[in-house]
Write a protein of this length. Structure first.
Length: 274
């Protein structure tokens, strides 16, 4: 199973500050003790990825400190070091899209076959692994392609939300049709402008903040030689974070099951149901 945390900050220069504020809770959720780590964020028009075995990753906060971006996704997959593969480590990217999907168990073979047959040939050729998480990410891309929006550099938030709703709908209809016990699924996707997260049976939590007062990172950097803290605040940035955590985290609230939440570039929040 994949554990993830996604962070939006309306001011790209303060993303590392926002992550520093959340790092204790994020690291508690991710459980940075074993497995593989993936970190994705935007730099200009590029999507940058860092993928490493956890024992080689170093401090997560130090990795994030390099990011000047509005959107960031970090994911941890529990697997032995020998099982680490760069191509199958989430989050995944395609052009200007970045996403992570987490399923409670492996997808049934008939479902994998059905999804693969529905993907356009060019997306099938682009897949790099047999990961269920990557397959669902490409299903999301296929849904955007069906809407004629996959090539768009700038999308309205409703298209991304509808794309994710289509994936969750496919997931739900398969288990209803087969009469099998439904697996749980949650996801977060972004195109660098809008961040969208949704859940179907899987606990998903969200946190919203209006500013950082004080900022733990900048206040610590401004200490005097006598270690007196200089209080530094960022009052005009909006912060939103998503985690797929089972246990309640301080400051986070549970997202209602079957809800899809969208965050626009100013930090405005909209939601729809599956």
């Amino acid at each position: 199973m994949v554990k993830f945390s996604a962070v939006f900050c309306s001011d790209a220069t303060h993303l590392s500050c926002a992550f520093s504020h959340l790092s204790g809770r994020v690291e508690k959720h991710l459980g940075l003790t074993g497995g593989s780590l993936g970190l994705g964020y935007f730099s200009g028009d590029d999507v940058l990825l860092v993928r490493r075995p956890l024992y080689q990753s170093g401090s997560l906060e130090s990795l994030v400190s390099r990011a000047v971006s509005n959107h960031l996704i970090v994911a941890v997959e529990d697997k032995p070091p020998s099982g680490f593969k760069i191509e199958s480590t989430p989050p995944f990217r395609y052009r200007n899209f970045l996403g992570v999907f987490s399923v409670s168990e492996r997808l049934p073979d008939p479902m994998v076959t059905e999804i693969m047959s529905d993907l356009p040939a060019f997306l099938q050729r682009d897949m790099r692994s047999d990961s269920d998480a990557e397959l669902l990410f490409y299903l999301f891309l296929a849904c955007l392609f069906d809407m004629g929006r996959l090539q768009s550099q700038s999308l309205r938030i409703n298209f991304i939300m509808e794309g994710l709703r289509s994936v969750l709908g496919v997931f739900q209809r398969f288990f209803e049709r087969e009469g099998a016990q439904r697996l749980k699924l949650c996801a977060c996707v972004t195109n660098g402008q809008h961040m969208v997260a949704g859940t179907l049976g899987f606990p998903l939590q969200m946190l919203t903040l209006n500013g950082l007062d004080p900022c733990p990172r900048c206040s610590d950097q401004r200490r005097t030689p006598w270690m007196d803290e200089r209080r530094v605040s960022h009052l005009h940035c909006s912060i939103v974070s998503f985690v797929n955590a089972q246990e309640p985290l301080e400051g986070f609230v549970k997202v209602r099951d079957r809800d899809i939440i969208g965050v626009d570039p100013q930090g405005g929040i909209v939601s729809i149901e599956i």
